[in-house]
Write a protein that binds this ligand. Structure first.
Ligand SMILES: Cc1cc2nc3c(=O)[nH]c(=O)nc-3n(C[C@H](O)[C@H](O)[C@H](O)COP(=O)(O)OP(=O)(O)OC[C@H]3O[C@@H](n4cnc5c(N)ncnc54)[C@H](O)[C@@H]3O)c2cc1C
Length: 340
């Protein structure tokens, strides 16, 4: 039986720690709750917002509508062989807790994605990625409920239209489809360990690990992330505020002649991916603070809520950062965070 609450403060429900009021708020504990919700007048008449862990949203105003908070729980084994295990995971499970569950069972494939905040259901939304791995690599299918019709929809990997921090769910299906479960296949042996990215190898060396395992790679990732990224419980943030932009080879070559230290990695269609953090730092934003909002002192891609910042203040800072990158490099940064 669902309970629709009125005037709920969303500050504890977003990792930026931004105060915003939800006119209506409902917690979904079972898929049937969604079907019950569809019958409610409030559901039919109000603007709707699906919310998981709130670690990739920026509230810039109160929500004059209905917030649907995901609390669907449960992990089921749907298929198993000697080599692999396929798990159907309810979308409200906490992502990092799920990763730890898999690491403990020695199931491989998502250990590089340790310590990413949020829910399992939001993982396909922006095809979460870190340390050379994207969640799409292990996803078999995503199940969702079409909010208006109540029909169950199943998307295979191709149907999810995954891209870099992108999917069909972040585009045309945004706020239309409630992701209810994610099915992923992980390895039980012959794991493909990815240690070549970032500081993983150096960290494993510091940990005196000579033969890496699922567990040690996960530990290394947790160690690196804890040092590098601000903990949202201490300093409000939503991780990377912008995506890393891709530019044409020509544009890159011309910038490189002026900025010889500019990093760039070859990407699809002969384009070049440039780290947004480097661009932002070159524009002098690293560690800068405007009112209660700031650009993090160690990781310029992360915008933080130092002290009682409003969503508008965070957004205003982000837009100033974006404008200076555009002016200096003629590159337009796209927010990764969902601005609401
Ligand atoms: C410190 C920090 C580090 C981070 N590091 C990374 C990183 O390394 N890599 C990375 O990819 N991301 C990273 N993020 C971003 C974030 O953790 C992920 O995007 C995460 O998947 C968001 O999950 P969530 O449940 O908090 O989503 P929310 O913020 O609640 O929602 C995000 C979007 O998804 C929609 N949504 C949520 N759940 C559902 C659902 N069940 N059905 C349909 N739509 C839904 C929401 O409407 C919203 O548009 C980081 C964030 C923080 C704070």
């Amino acid at each position: 039986m669902i309970r629709i609450q009125e005037n709920v403060q969303l500050k504890p429900f977003n990792t930026f720690g931004i105060p915003a009021n939800a006119r209506y708020f409902v917690s979904i504990q079972a898929v049937d709750d969604l079907f019950e919700l569809q019958q409610a007048d409030i559901f039919k008449n109000e603007v709707r917002l699906i919310l998981g862990g709130g670690s990739n949203v920026l509230f810039t105003h109160d929500i004059d509508g209905l917030v649907i908070h995901n609390n669907l729980k449960g992990i089921q084994v749907s298929h198993e062989t000697d080599e692999t295990i396929t798990l159907k995971v309810a979308s409200g499970e906490v992502w990092h807790t799920f990763v730890m569950h898999c690491v403990q069972h020695n199931w491989g494939g998502i250990e590089n994605l340790s310590l990413i905040p949020g829910t399992v259901g939001a993982a396909p939304m922006q095809n979460i990625g870190a340390y050379g791995v994207e969640v799409q690599e292990v996803i078999e299918k995503v199940e969702g409920i079409e909010l208006l019709s109540g029909s169950v929809q199943v998307f295979d990997k191709a149907g999810c239209r995954f891209g870099y921090r992108e999917s069909i769910f972040k585009q045309e299906l945004k706020e239309k489809n409630f992701i209810s479960s994610v099915t992923l296949t992980l390895t039980k042996k012959n794991h493909l360990l990815r240690t070549g990215y970032g500081a993983i190898q150096d960290t494993l060396r510091e940990m005196n690990v000579t033969a890496p395992t699922i567990q040690s790679v996960s530990e290394a990732v947790i160690h690196i992330r804890s040092k590098k990224l601000p903990d949202p419980r201490v300093l409000g943030n939503a991780g990377s505020f912008f995506k890393n932009p891709t530019i044409t080879q020509q544009h890159y070559v011309s910038l490189k002649s002026e900025w010889p230290t500019m990093p760039g990695y070859s990407s699809e269609n002969q384009s070049v991916k440039v780290p947004a953090a480097w661009l932002i730092e070159q524009c002098g934003w690293k560690g800068k603070r405007l009112a209660g909002a700031g650009v993090h002192q160690h990781q310029p891609l992360v915008i933080v809520n130092y002290e009682h910042a409003t969503g508008e203040e965070i957004l205003s800072l982000a837009m100033q950062v974006r404008a200076s990158v555009k002016e200096r490099f003629d590159i337009t940064l796209t927010p990764e965070v969902n601005i609401i």
